[in-house]
Ligand binder design. Structure first.
Ligand SMILES: *[C@@H]1O[C@H](CO)[C@@H](O)[C@H](O)[C@H]1NC(C)=O
Ligand SMILES: *[C@@H]1O[C@H](CO)[C@@H](O)[C@H](O)[C@H]1NC(C)=O
Ligand SMILES: *[C@@H]1O[C@H](CO)[C@@H](O)[C@H](O)[C@H]1NC(C)=O
Length: 384
């Protein structure tokens, strides 16, 4: 059975829930030494923060939420600036957008970058190719000015795609990805956007942060160069990055009602804004589905009652000594035809032999996250 194909149903057929396994296959490719994909933001940025004093170079950018699965925002590229909408993805490290050289359905409904339309564009001889959940994407790299709100990056290398074989891209309102992973995850020797922001001193501090809201409540943001502390409650708890490729950390254990149900001798987790749900080894996920009383539905998806919020338990991730519960409202995914699905999904054993979890948007909506490149650590605190 191919888990991967299901994502194509993002096509928005209302009663089918979409299982984005994007980062799993991305990870697979990366482990095989292939390249990845990526992307970034926009105009109309505004600074909300009481922390962003005038001498601080810090920006808070709005993100749009598509069905609690994709968080994307505007950036612009070139001279004059042309606007694109890109997925802000901590699980990859390149920036790419669709270009006028692409004639696939995955490009046709999108804004396309035309290098001839930018007086500051420079060509390179580098190519990008990756094949993952998002599709089979090929492009070449160029350099140009990239703007994310009021942050301006000179000479940013990004890929212009000319082939996008994808079951998803024809149906989503973004035309690229902006990766915020470590440079080691980028196409070889390409400097990622966040590294350019640091190197060119466009931002004050080498940190970025995500506040991801539910689809009912817009207001999701990415902060670049600082943290607006009004988006979380209490203190940030810091966790060291265990491997600087993805934003990867060590988890102490996963438990339900005091019983350890996963990660029994510690394990790894990747915090990935580009993955919608929470993935783990299928064997352990199957056990969790039983504990939350979810039942199999069409292969790898699990149906769960929409009205059991008080009777099914939280799943607790203990990280660096602190408990991070995921409550039923965090892991019950509603669809439009009165069906609900479990946000726990298997499959990571296909990608890596060691026990690895991917904590995607379902986790990151509950926990505000700070990604600190300066200290190689991740800060987590309950989101407001
Ligand atoms: C992106 O820009 C368009 C206008 O060009 C605007 O309508 C949209 O709300 C912006 N998206 C976000 C997430 O701010
Ligand atoms: C632009 O960036 C490339 C590599 O990223 C570098 O080789 C080149 O010197 C840069 N050009 C300018 C004008 O900074
Ligand atoms: C945000 O949500 C509110 C209420 O749900 C709505 O009135 C408003 O138009 C939304 N704004 C945007 C930019 O979508």
């Amino acid at each position: 059975m191919k888990l991967l194909g299901i994502l194509g149903l993002v096509a928005l057929s209302e009663c089918i829930v979409i299982i984005p396994l994007m980062k799993m296959s991305t990870m697979q490719k990366t482990l095989k030494g292939k390249n990845l994909m990526n992307s970034f933001l926009e105009e109309h940025a505004y600074s909300l923060s009481q922390n962003s004093a005038n001498d601080q170079k810090f920006s808070t950018h709005p993100l749009r939420n598509l069905k609690d699965m994709f968080y994307f925002g505007n950036i612009s590229i070139g001279t004059p600036p042309k606007q694109f909408s890109v997925l802000f993805d901590t699980g990859s490290s390149d920036l790419w957008v669709s270009s006028v050289f692409c004639h696939d359905p995955g490009c046709s409904k999108h804004r396309l970058f035309n290098p001839r339309g930018s007086t500051t564009f420079q060509m390179t001889d580098r190519h990008m190719h990756f094949c993952n959940e998002l599709g089979d994407i090929t492009g070449f790299f160029g350099r140009d000015i990239v703007r994310i709100g009021d942050l301006v990056i000179m000479n940013q290398t990004f890929a212009l795609t000319y082939r996008q074989i994808s079951k998803i891209l024809p149906f989503v309102p973004f035309e690229g990805v902006l990766g915020l992973g470590y440079p080691s995850l980028a196409t070889s020797r390409i400097i990622p956007v966040f590294d350019s922001l640091m190197l060119q001193k466009v931002i004050s501090e080498p940190v970025f942060a995500f506040y991801l809201n539910n689809k009912e409540k817009n207001g999701s943001v990415v902060m670049l160069g600082g943290v607006d502390h009004s988006y979380y409650k209490g203190e940030l708890n810091w966790v060291p990055v265990s491997k600087s490729l993805y934003w990867q950390i060590t988890v102490d254990r996963i438990s339900v009602n005091g019983k350890v149900i996963g990660c029994s001798s510690r394990c790894q987790a990747i915090l990935d804004t580009g993955t919608a749900f929470v993935h783990g080894p299928t064997r352990l996920i199957t056990n969790i589905q039983r504990l939350v009383r979810a039942r199999p539905y069409h292969g790898c998806q699990y149906l769960i009652s929409c009205h059991v919020h008080t009777t099914i338990p939280p799943i607790i991730f203990t990280i660096n000594g602190i408990d991070y519960p995921m409550h039923p409202e965090d892991y019950i995914v509603t669809s439009t035809c009165n069906l609900c699905f479990s946000a726990f999904l298997g499959g990571t054993e296909k990608v890596t032999k060691s026990e690895t979890w991917i904590l995607g948007d379902a986790f990151l909506r509950r926990y505000f996250s700070v990604f600190d490149r300066g200290n190689h650590r991740i800060g987590l605190a309950p989101a407001v």
